[in-house]
Design a protein around this ligand. Sequence first.
Ligand SMILES: Nc1ncnc2c1ncn2[C@@H]1O[C@H](COP(=O)(O)OP(=O)(O)OP(=O)(O)O)[C@@H](O)[C@H]1O
Ligand SMILES: O=P(O)(O)OC[C@H]1O[C@](O)(CO)[C@@H](O)[C@@H]1O
Ligand SMILES: [Mg+2]
Length: 478
Amino acid sequence: MSSPKIVNGPGGYILQDVPHLIDYLPDLPTYQNPLKDNPAYSVVKQYFVDTEDTVPEKIIVHKDGPRGIHFRRAGPRQKVYFESDEVHACIVTCGGLCPGLNTVIREIVSSLSHMYGVKRILGIDGGYRGFYAKNTIPLTSKVVNDIHKRGGTILGTSRGGHDTKKIVDSIQERGINQVYIIGGDGTQRGASKIFEEIRKRGLKVAVVGIPKTIDNDIPVIDRSFGFDTAVEEAQRAINAAHVEAESNENGIGFVKLMGRHSGFIAMYATLASRDVDCCLIPESPFYLEGEGGLFEYIEKRLKEHGHMVIVLAEGAGQEMMTKSMETNTLEDASGNKVLKDVGLWLSQSIKDHFKKIKMVMNLKYIDPTYMIRAIPSNAADNVYCTLLAQSAVHGAMAGYTGYTSGLVHGRQTYIPFYRITEKQNSVVITDRMWARLLSSTNQPSFLGPKHVSEENKETPPDGENCNGVVDIPQVTKE
Ligand SMILES: Nc1ncnc2c1ncn2[C@@H]1O[C@H](COP(=O)(O)OP(=O)(O)OP(=O)(O)O)[C@@H](O)[C@H]1O
Ligand SMILES: O=P(O)(O)OC[C@H]1O[C@](O)(CO)[C@@H](O)[C@@H]1O
Ligand SMILES: [Mg+2]
């Protein structure tokens, strides 16, 4: 592994910089950025980003505190390291689907061709394993013109099949010199390995990651593209659940949403809806029976309101469920644990409980899992995808490599791979956002006083991103 590029400055300033081609190819020639003569951009004041510009990771700092970690600001540079004719770019999409994938593909192609006059762009067919398959998809502005209106990815995607050496052999054999890799945490880990191998072989190839995750589980960045769309689409399922619940005696509308390890979709869908009475996420353990448990809360809610809506993230309550079943050892092709259906299990447990206490209850279970991610991105995500793609292209043209293009506090940045892959982003239940949700739904926290005081020791400073995993003790009712 190449060592991280760190630049220290006065006042505790730290730049976690990204690699550059000249780190290992010091004699590369530079060229004037063709954007200088582009009618759209030549009139923009200070269009080129100052190479000294950086973006702070944390925007809330104490008066006497250090300036902290910064990332390189994204955007076009005065000098580029590729001539237009020389560029042979490729784009690959890996992992699960996410709204906006086609928009990112479209905008990478448009940026390369319209801004930089690049003519050779290849789509890799079906994820990482497509690198060592025969088929590739030639991409032009015409081919991608309408694709942002469709869900999914026109390139296809897959899990598993990452073979670093075979992928880099294929890059080398095809004469590709810019690699755009769109995918989640696993994909970015794969991208980092490709970068290391390319660097080892001394190739003039820029490797760029574009973070994609419906679960919003990638750290550092503000949010991932498609997340907004997914939260919006989840409202349709929650609305249906609410209508069903309201129209039945002691009705419970029960919605399962995506979120293997991070409950962001469930949390934001709940906050957006206001019809949800209980949100259950993987980061916040809960229990069913006894005082302060889920069953007690449901009974109370039904007695008071006659109906309720529960939103559940797919990764919530997994430990509780596996206790009552045999251990789950299934993995998908990428090695991700395949989860059991907690929605079915929990809705059956609720039904069994109400049968036992002889209370009438009507539960309707809605599982819109794939429906929230297999749709085209909404307007906000489309704009976001455009900025991400343009920033990715500007960085590669400027010779940066081994980075993920990401939004940090509303600014486009270049983030070194190790910061993206070192941990997963998850909801911090001692952060204000979770407190806001609890006070909006009025649900129990399912944490005893002992756990709350332990949690408080870990509370991040006010207003900080919900980044980083905090270990929550397993809550069981004594
Ligand atoms: N540690 C790793 N090293 C190399 N390649 C990896 C690694 N982890 C995952 N990959 C590869 O990255 C691709 C995508 O990984 P994965 O299926 O975990 O999805 P992801 O990118 O995390 O997206 P998401 O989980 O949001 O759907 C797969 O082809 C997989 O083989
Ligand atoms: O069924 P697939 O395509 O593997 O994807 C399902 C998973 O992908 C994700 O959307 C992202 O990792 C998870 O929330 C979900 O469990
Ligand atoms: Mg993943």
